[in-house]
Write a protein that binds this ligand. Structure first.
Ligand code: HEC
Length: 363
């Protein structure tokens, strides 16, 4: 009896030993194949079980809270700045408000290895027409952005003048292909004393990214706006004429600040009140996170043609990233007249911005 038990034990132990040895044999060559200097090799070994060898996501049989994204979808792959991916790979999905199903690798991998992984993940989109997310500088109040966007905005404005008007504008922007965007904006205009909002002039526009250079953080776009006289001229809610307004917009990033500028020429179809708008915006983020405070200062010039009368405004403002993922933000500012012949009315400006392709408005 005693003898048999010990034989059984012995056999069991040998059996386990063989299994372990087999497992060891099968796992050793696999681990040895990982080249810690190759993004592809590390990705295939550690990331592919959730993200797929082809980058399209996978994770079959794994209980992931949300599906892994499709890295071959250029609109997703190009949109995310590398530093945000670096944060997510180092600290896990939670750091940018994403799912914790995306694990943290910062303890196991060096910064260099994470960079190599990002380089590799970026290659899943091999269409260089898509501009990188680093060029998507934050939206100023007046200066037109050069980057094509998927955004919805609510823009309330209050103008201190004899009429004391306030407007509430709704804007919808959608990307077309890698470099285009169309946009529609509908303002509602009110006389503050009556608090009745009426439809103002509808604006429709298209924008095309002409040039972008990732290494120097530079981009230039051209666009075309059309103003439709849906407002009422007599009641001060519209201009009473169609308008066309071609524009150029540019941006340049530096180590710790960003410059954006736009020039627009506005031509009414009726009347001769042409206008030129020049804007420059300086952004100085106080954080490298997406949630946080980002102060900006704009200089806005409006020149009325043909008289060439110009008015100058300074527009200090604060952009506030409301969520970790950065896709919902608020901005508040004031446009203050500093020189020129225009009516010296100040404006209080704001917007609520939602990059709807990156997540819901409330989560
Ligand atoms: C256990 C499964 C799993 C593993 C392993 C994994 N990921 Fe992920 N990863 C996810 C999931 C799920 C998401 C989506 C999270 C979300 O959108 O909320 C994600 C998201 C990402 C994102 C997108 C972040 C963004 O901004 O949307 C990147 C980049 C990424 N993973 C890289 C990697 C790399 C590199 C590795 C390997 C070192 C890796 N992942 C390993 C599950 C995984």
């Amino acid at each position: 009896m005693v003898f048999r038990i010990s034989t059984d034990r012995h056999m069991r132990t040998s059996f386990l030993f063989v299994i372990c040895a087999l497992l060891h044999l099968t796992s050793v060559p696999q681990e040895m194949e990982i080249d810690f200097k190759s993004g592809k090799s590390m990705y295939d070994a550690w990331c592919a079980r959730c993200h797929g060898l082809d980058g399209k996501g996978g994770g079959e049989g794994l209980e992931l809270e949300v599906p892994a994204p499709d890295f071959t979808d250029c609109s997703f792959n190009s949109r995310e700045p590398r530093k945000d991916w670096k944060a997510v790979i180092s600290h896990g999905g939670g750091v940018r408000g994403l799912s914790m199903s995306m694990p943290a690798w910062g303890e196991a991998l060096s910064e260099e290895q994470i960079e190599l992984l990002i380089d590799y993940v970026k290659t899943f989109c091999n269409d260089s027409r898509w501009p990188q997310g680093e060029l998507n500088f934050r939206r100023p109040q007046v200066t037109t952005k050069a980057f094509p966007e998927n955004e919805a905005l609510f823009i309330p404005t209050y103008t201190q003048s004899s009429a004391k008007t306030s407007t509430a504008k709704f804007v919808y922007e959608e990307r077309i292909g890698p470099r285009g965007q169309w946009e529609v904006a509908l303002p509602f205009v009110s006389n503050v004393s009556t608090f009745l909002y009426e439809v103002g002039d509808l604006e429709v526009s298209g924008k095309l990214l002409l040039f972008d250079h990732f290494a120097s953080l530079t981009l230039v776009s051209a666009g075309w706006e059309v103003g439709v006289p849906t407002g009422n001229k007599a009641r001060g809610t519209g201009s009473g004429t169609w308008k066309v307004a071609p524009y150029l917009a540019a941006g340049k990033g530096y180590e710790s600040f960003f410059l954006q500028s736009s020039v627009k020429y506005e031509q009414p179809m009726r009347g001769n009140e042409r206008k030129l708008f020049y804007n420059v915006a300086l952004t100085y983020p106080l954080t490298t996170e997406k949630k946080g405070l980002i102060p900006m200062l704009e200089l806005n010039v409006v020149t009325s043609l043909p008289e060439r009368r110009s008015s100058l405004y300074l527009t200090p403002q604060l952009y506030i990233g409301l969520v970790k993922r950065g896709h919902v933000a608020l901005s508040i500012g004031a446009q203050l007249p500093i020189a020129g012949e225009g009516p010296f009315d100040y404006k209080v400006l704001g917007f609520l911005l939602w990059e709807y392709a990156d997540g819901g408005l409330w989560w």
